[in-house]
Design a protein around this ligand. Structure first.
Ligand SMILES: Nc1ncnc2c1ncn2[C@@H]1O[C@H](COP(=O)(O)OP(=O)(O)O)[C@@H](O)[C@H]1O
Ligand SMILES: N[C@@H](CCC(=O)OP(=O)(O)O)C(=O)O
Length: 394
């Protein structure tokens, strides 16, 4: 397994594999696997824009250059960028930065300057930018989602570079998830999450010992999920947990999805051409273009496991509700609306989604033969789950 600490980025060369060669036209909407799409959603986190606690104009320029390289390389880039809060906070007297309102105000102060910095650099590279401030709701719920699709699609068709951030004045959530949902909604071929580590790493970096990057993981990989070593990053909002969720959403939405390092800003073009950078997840053949379903099923990591009988397996295969009376056993302290993994008797992953029934109710139903509520409740409603990825070799 190669070691990467970002210093090898400059030496990276494009090695075409399953990655995209730009097609003459964008991929058809709704395709589950669409690596041929020219659209690339690139997301950068606050940590990649900050030097010594402050937003660094040189880093903004470097990232804008990477996006411009994509455009001149024949791709249609969409930039999703964090940084408004950090920029705004630097302008304001110290306040309780932890409060939601303070973050919203800081973002309201910082967003204009953040966009202007990107716009200016893109203009120097001969590209015109267009600003979009969105929430996950805008990208997942109709009629907003269709309107977002049309507006961003129109901007791309007009040769503009969309520069997106969350509409933090309404609510600060997480740009990793927003970027992933956008990649699905826009039928992007690639989702690239830029951050302050070279990819998913086996262990945290130690002095004199660079983190060991994992070049490729399978979608919904339990091994990758077990590698998250903290629940939130430094200046970022979500840490690796939300990045993994975003990777899974991107892959299920049909994009080749990559986490890669800030040191590789200038190599984004190599990343989309298949260079050995970052951690790559291939598009998932059992994916869906329904962003609402992706949002509900995949925007959190599972809090529990549920084993079900073969009848429930048929329900998943038919896209029907999974009923609670097919549950064989549970693990984990999950409640209704948490994300759970549903497995067959051989522990193969059948589905991941938001459960309607918590573990206590399921366990109570199992230990009681009384065929009453909640045993006959819905465990997973069809719009709330995605089927597990195909088992390799089958
Ligand atoms: N297995 C892992 N590999 C790499 N980074 C990890 C891992 N587990 C947790 N992390 C953390 O995730 C952080 C990146 O997330 P975050 O700080 O939210 O970045 P951003 O601001 O780019 O969104 C890293 O700095 C690292 O501390
Ligand atoms: N939208 C906020 C940041 C939210 C966010 O997801 O932050 P990060 O984890 O740094 O990508 C901002 O512009 O500061």
């Amino acid at each position: 397994m190669p070691t990467a600490d970002g210093t090898d980025a400059a030496a990276a060369v494009a090695v075409p594999d399953e990655a995209a060669v730009p097609a003459a036209v964008a991929a058809p909407a709704g395709a589950a696997v669409r690596a041929e799409s020219r659209r690339v959603v690139v997301k950068t986190g606050t940590s990649s824009l900050v030097t010594d606690g402050s937003i660094d104009p040189a880093r903004i320029e470097s990232l804008a250059d990477a996006v411009a390289d994509l455009a001149t390389g024949g791709y249609d880039p969409v930039l999703v960028t964090s940084g408004a809060i950090a920029l705004g906070a630097g302008e304001l007297p110290p306040v309780a930065a932890e409060s939601s309102a303070a973050r919203q105000i800081a973002a309201a102060v910082g967003q204009g300057r953040l966009y202007e910095a990107f716009r200016t650099r893109l203009e120097q590279r001969g590209l015109a930018a267009a600003q979009f401030l969105l929430t996950p709701h805008d990208v997942t719920a109709e009629p907003h989602a269709a309107s977002v699709r049309e507006a961003l699609g129109g901007a791309i068709a007009a040769g503009l570079v969309p520069v997106v951030n969350e509409n933090d004045a309404i609510m600060v959530r997480n740009n990793d998830i927003l970027a992933a949902l956008l990649s699905a909604e826009l039928s992007a071929g690639h989702l690239v999450l830029m951050t302050d580590v070279p990819g998913i790493c086996e262990t945290p970096p130690r002095p004199g010992e660079p983190a060991r990057r994992i070049p490729r993981v399978e979608v919904l990989s339990p091994e990758a999920e077990s590698l998250v070593w903290d629940q939130s990053g430094g200046v970022g909002t979500g840490g690796m947990t939300t990045k993994l969720c975003a990777l899974w959403i991107g892959a299920y939405g049909g994009a080749r999805s990559v986490i890669t390092g800030a040191a590789e800003h200038r190599a984004v073009l190599d990343v989309v051409r298949g260079g050995d950078l970052g951690t790559v997840v291939r598009p998932c053949p059992t994916g869906t273009a329904q962003t609402g379903r992706l949002w509900r099923a995949l925007s959190a990591l599972p809090r529990g496991q549920v084993w079900v009988d073969s009848r429930a397996g048929h329900s998943v295969a038919a896209g029907e509700p999974v009923m609670a009376h097919h549950v064989l056993k549970t693990a984990g302290d999950f409640t209704a609306h948490d994300v759970v993994d549903v497995r067959d008797q051989d522990s193969r992953l059948l589905a991941r989604g938001r459960t309607r029934t918590g573990a206590p109710a399921l366990e109570a139903a199992r230990s009681s033969p009384d065929p009453a509520e909640p045993a006959y409740a819905v465990l997973l409603a069809p719009d709330d789950y995605v089927p597990g990825p195909p088992v390799p070799g089958t």
